[in-house]
Design a protein around this ligand. Structure first.
Ligand code: TYD
Ligand code: MG
Length: 454
């Protein structure tokens, strides 16, 4: 028998080396090396050599139409690119308690009620616990099977005999292979197990969902390697206090990425939110300073959200700048623009900015809204409550054009807004209908926007 070798592998990036060191030379993290056993070569490549492939001319390859399974949860189907592709492997990550098990249980129910056989591996909880949850969300399908098992070879045995259409593994960190000496959840276990499930998904045409835990830094536990192995990575996040959750497509071989689906956690499971603007604007105070509404894009969808700012005199010599839901560097930049270009005295003021509802927004199109919210709070003047603001702000205070302006304006119109402050460059491209329905104010420089505060 071939000799097994001891390797040290970084739990953050998956880099392996033969010696232990304090920090990883690839990702520079400290104390991340864990001991792994490398499997003998023969065992590792057995799957790859099963079928020898031949080079083919790209023109001779027949176009295949992927068979997709509709789940009936519209938002989820949209996120996946129009349903679940048969034989695909999906990783669902998220913080503990965010609702991963709940979502996949609901998914199982709607797929099972279509007559598909669903096998739900609930290694983390007992069958009783899982069925308690199932009762809570009204799951009762005959085709849904629960299996409380963590040993991979026994799971494989049940898959072979049941031949399910859909397989759900809750969670990948808890399943282990006996012939690997490292603990369940360790890098090599997770990698091996995921590879095995990939072969099952592709080989048997079973659409497989793996639930993965998220580490403190927000990555899906185990190395990034895992994300390369799967077809689709969905990240479930949100503010637990608010009760609504965002499912985000990070990687998708069969559909759009950076798209989101929004759900609300209720007493009987997750409910999809068809109109996100309404929940993010729900608690808005209309006549206070420091608030601006911005139409933002997440993937293909536009919705309105509120940016709030509070500028207050600082008690300390170095003023605080705090933000939630947006990039702190972007905030510093916008504050510098306000100080330098508009002569705002902000150096002795604490500035707090947040995106209402626990959303995280990265696109620069919200710059102008952040800037106006800060200016509004600073000068105690209010932005008209029926106005939305959008635009990217450059270093010299110019307002730059932003993409997909029409979808943003349509959403503003749908939500009953009448006026829009937008980059002048974007005005030209707009359709006549939109120009007639909304009062559009195109601006080139930030001072024009700040003049509208009353
Ligand atoms: P869960 O799906 O177990 O989260 P995860 O698998 O991501 O760890 O449950 C998330 C939380 O949601 C849990 O604290 C209980 C709550 N919950 C509801 O509010 N309503 C429900 O119908 C269910 C099933 C759970
Ligand atoms: Mg769970």
């Amino acid at each position: 028998m071939a000799k097994t070798k001891v390797l040290w592998s970084c739990s953050e990036c998956g880099h392996t080396q033969t010696k232990w060191t304090g920090s990883c030379s690839m990702c520079q993290n400290w104390n991340t090396f864990v001991e792994e056993i490398e499997l003998p070569q023969a065992q590792r490549f057995e799957a790859a050599s099963e079928k020898a492939a031949q080079p083919m001319r790209i023109r001779e390859i027949k176009e295949v139409q992927f068979k997709r399974l509709q789940t009936g949860i519209n938002e989820f189907d949209r996120l996946m690119g129009g349903g679940i592709v048969a034989g695909s492997l999906t990783l669902v990550g998220g913080d503990p308690g965010i609702g991963k098990s709940t979502l996949l249980m609901q998914l199982s129910q709607s797929l099972a009620s279509q007559g598909l056989t669903v096998l739900y591996i609930c290694g983390e909880e007992s069958v009783e616990q899982t069925s308690l949850r199932a009762q809570r969300i009204g799951v009762n399908s005959e085709n849904l099977y629960l299996l409380s098992e963590t040993n991979y070879s026994r799971i494989k045995h049940h898959i072979d005999s049941l031949k399910p259409d859909i397989l759900i593994v809750d969670s990948i960190q808890i399943v282990y292979k006996q012939d690997l000496t490292s603990a369940p959840g360790s890098v090599s276990q997770v990698r091996e197990i995921t590879t095995e499930f990939m072969h099952i998904a592709k080989g048997m045409g079973i659409s497989t969902f793996l639930i993965g835990h998220v580490t403190k830094t927000g990555d899906i536990a185990g190395p990034r390697v895992l994300e390369h192995l799967v077809d689709t990575v969905l990240d479930f996040d949100g503010d637990r206090q608010h009760g609504y959750r965002m499912l985000r497509g990070i990687k998708n071989r069969f559909g759009p990425t950076d798209d989101i689906a929004i759900f609300q956690m209720s007493g009987s499971g997750l409910i999809e939110v068809r109109n996100p603007s309404s929940i993010f604007l729900e608690e808005r105070a209309k006549k206070t300073s420091g608030s601006a509404i911005v139409p933002t894009l997440e993937g293909s969808r536009a919705f309105l959200t509120e940016i709030q700012a509070l500028v207050a005199p600082s008690a300390f010599s170095n003023a605080q700048r705090k933000s939630t839901g947006l990039n702190p560097n972007r905030l510093s930049l916008l504050l510098a623009v306000l100080e330098k270009r508009m002569n705002f005295q902000l150096h002795n003021k604490d500035v707090f900015v947040s995106v209402a509802g626990g959303l995280k927004i990265v696109e620069p199109a919200i710059d102008l809204a952040i800037l106006m919210a800060i200016a509004s709070s600073f000068s105690n003047r209010v932005l008209d409550p029926k106005t939305v603001v959008m635009g990217e702000v450059g270093l010299s205070g110019e307002v730059r054009s932003i993409p997909r302006i029409e979808s943003r304006l349509k959403e503003a119109l749908n939500m009953g807004f009448t006026t829009c402050i937008l980059p002048a460059r974007n005005l030209k491209a707009l359709s006549k209908a939109l120009r007639e329905e909304l009062t559009l104010q195109g601006i080139e420089y930030i001072d024009e926007a700040l003049k509208t505060l009353k």
